[in-house]
Design a binder for this molecule. Structure first.
Ligand code: ZN
Ligand code: ZN
Length: 370
């Protein structure tokens, strides 16, 4: 944010290149009008955008993207929600940001008028997908970042620390999801123990953010050796291979038989939900952060008899992205190793398939604008 009175002027073209959804499984590069920012909005020139597993879900099934209650296919819908860029134009009445500001984004701007938004729970907005009621979730309900330009609500912007590259800055929103998960669990207290099941990008972010906040020990359970190595290099104190040893027994033996204070399920593997419950201490807290398409049998008797609290999280609410950006500004952690591959904008479709197939050990695949 700046109050620079000599703000930059940018030439903004009429049209832009954008990757849009055609039929299911189809992404096509078209020319479409550059969007115009309204009140409380800015126009962002996209600098870089990371591929998220959710983008792949949207490409194949449409869901969880919705536009005015409908699936987004063949509506020239632009997906992509983990991007950064530069503010190039402000909407009417906007002075919170100036052209030239370098920003990263969070996804959800709730409608601001429903009870959940009024409570600050804008990722659970009751008017989800209804742009006509003011809701925006770029890449889910409104056009996202696989384009040269995107419109963002002013409340979804966070400043990018000067020392961060464009590609690294796309990871801020992912780190924000981990921060939000820890917030929802009640806030991590230094010296408390945590186990994270699943070393995908969000799981790895839980490791670095928990570590930055002083959790101890920080434990990762992950079947893939390369991902366990990544977790170790990012600061996990202990890594467990659940295919080689019983992860529940291992976590219990590491914690004097009691289990951890906090556990996080981000693997999306149904059987792992019960594992993390059984890894959790009496009175402990469990964060469920992976979308699952299946009904998952769980040992609820264990949850009840041990006073365990379970929390589902969606996205990155309560300005968690802003707070995690502050940790990055202070260089309290370095997420850059999670970014493994880079593609040019013209190959965004290849970038998605690369991320989907985890080609060459891909974790975060980033598309960099020209
Ligand atoms: Zn995402
Ligand atoms: Zn709302």
């Amino acid at each position: 944010m700046s109050n620079d009175t000599t703000a930059h002027e940018y030439d903004i073209p009429e049209t832009m290149k954008a990757w849009v959804l055609g039929d299911p499984h189809e992404m096509k590069l078209i020319e479409k009008p550059v969007p115009v920012p309204g009140p409380a909005e800015v126009l962002v020139k996209v600098g870089a955008i990371a591929v998220c597993h959710t983008d792949i879900e949207v490409l194949h099934h449409g869901h969880p993207a919705m536009i005015e209650g409908q699936l987004p296919f063949n509506k020239e819908f632009v997906m992509g929600h983990e991007y950064m860029g530069t503010v190039v134009k402000t909407g009417p009445g906007v002075n919170e940001w100036q052209p030239g500001d370098r920003i990263a984004v969070e996804v959800h701007a709730g409608c601001g008028r429903c009870q959940k938004c009024r409570e600050g729970m804008y990722t659970s907005c009751h008017n989800y997908s209804y742009r006509s009621k003011g809701h925006r979730a770029n890449g889910f309900t409104t056009d996202g970042g696989f384009a040269e330009y995107a419109v963002n609500n002013i409340n979804t912007l966070v400043p990018v620390p000067d020392h961060m590259s464009d590609c690294a800055a796309t990871l801020i929103v992912t780190a924000g999801t981990a921060m939000y998960g820890l917030d929802v669990l009640g806030g991590l207290i230094a010296g408390q123990s945590i186990v994270v099941a699943g070393a995908g990008p969000i799981g790895l972010m839980f490791i670095v953010v928990a570590k930055a906040l002083g959790a101890s020990p920080v434990i990762m359970s992950e079947p893939r050796a390369d991902r366990r190595e990544m977790a170790t290099s990012l600061g996990a104190d202990i890594v467990i291979d659940p295919t080689a040893e019983d992860p529940v027994e291992k976590v219990r033996s590491l914690t004097g038989g009691k289990g951890v204070d906090f556990s996080v399920e981000v693997s999306g593997v149904p059987s792992v939900v019960n594992q993390v419950l059984h890894m959790t201490n009496r009175g402990g807290r469990v964060c469920l952060a992976a979308f699952s398409n299946d009904l998952i049998p769980t040992d609820l008797a264990y949850v009840v008899s041990n006073n365990i609290y379970m929390f589902g999280i969606r996205g990155e609410g309560r300005s968690a992205v802003k707070r995690v950006a502050s940790l990055l500004e202070q260089k309290r952690f370095d997420p850059t190793p999670i970014h493994t591959h880079t593609f040019p904008f013209e190959q965004a479709d290849t970038a998605l398939s690369h991320a989907e197939n985890q080609t060459d050990g891909a974790i975060k695949v980033v598309v960099k604008m020209g």
